[in-house]
Design a protein around this ligand. Structure first.
Ligand SMILES: CC(C)(COP(=O)(O)OP(=O)(O)OC[C@H]1O[C@@H](n2cnc3c(N)ncnc32)[C@H](O)[C@@H]1OP(=O)(O)O)[C@@H](O)C(=O)NCCC(=O)NCCS
Length: 175
């Protein structure tokens, strides 16, 4: 399989079920063993339900780009305008890369990197001068990908997943 067989387009409302399934599955397989079962269950049912993803897809401050291979959704990114964290408050005109997920069977093929490039292209087209994200500290793989693509740590933020407090790196890149 090659990355060339993958096409990219904006997410549509009817993608909600596929995005919700892919997001929940990848989240579970990537982070599930490190988090308490009950917290995971609550988080996934709230953040990754088809209804919650449909709400995001309808939100005018949110943009999704999806990766399609053999008519199957194999990856997606979610951008959100209007968000910030204390350590990057002084940076104006920024946009958040809120989610970046590639299905397990398609990881390592360049799809994540291409989606990251799409996120930056979209952000620039929207007039943003920087793009930021929060990356869970133990997720060293993602941190390396972001650093090798020009994202720098600006500080930390914490995030409640059920009753578990997770600490993320806040990373930002000038566009
Ligand atoms: C992080 C993620 C989006 C990357 O997508 P991907 O399609 O696997 O990444 P790519 O194939 O484009 O590879 C990007 C880089 O990571 C490297 N990489 C790929 N798989 C790797 C692995 N298993 N271990 C270490 N590095 C790896 C690649 O060599 C490439 O490096 P390069 O830029 O030096 O060539 C994907 O692994 C994923 O969905 N992970 C789970 C969810 C997640 O962590 N999301 C991001 C934070 S929310």
């Amino acid at each position: 399989m090659s990355e060339r067989q993958v096409s990219y387009r904006y997410g549509r409302i009817e993608d909600n079920k596929a995005i919700s399934e892919l997001g929940a599955l990848v989240f579970l397989s990537s982070f599930g063993s490190s988090l308490p079962h009950d917290d995971l269950k609550t988080y996934l049912s709230e953040a990754y339900s088809p209804m919650s993803i449909a709400t995001d897809l309808r939100d005018p401050s949110v943009t999704f780009v999806v990766a399609i291979r053999d008519e199957t959704l194999v990856g997606f990114l979610q951008l959100r305008r209007g968000t910030s964290e204390r350590c990057i408050d002084e940076r104006t005109n920024k946009i958040q890369l809120q989610r970046l997920y590639v299905s397990e069977s398609c990881q390592g093929l360049g799809i994540g990197k291409r989606l990251l490039a799409e996120a930056e292209r979209e952000a620039r087209a929207m007039g943003a001068t920087s793009i930021w994200l929060a990356s869970w500290k133990p997720n060293i793989k993602a941190e390396r990908i972001y650093e090798s693509n020009g994202y720098a740590k600006a500080g930390e933020m914490s995030f409640m997943l059920g009753d578990s407090k997770l600490v993320d790196w806040v990373m930002i890149k000038s566009l």
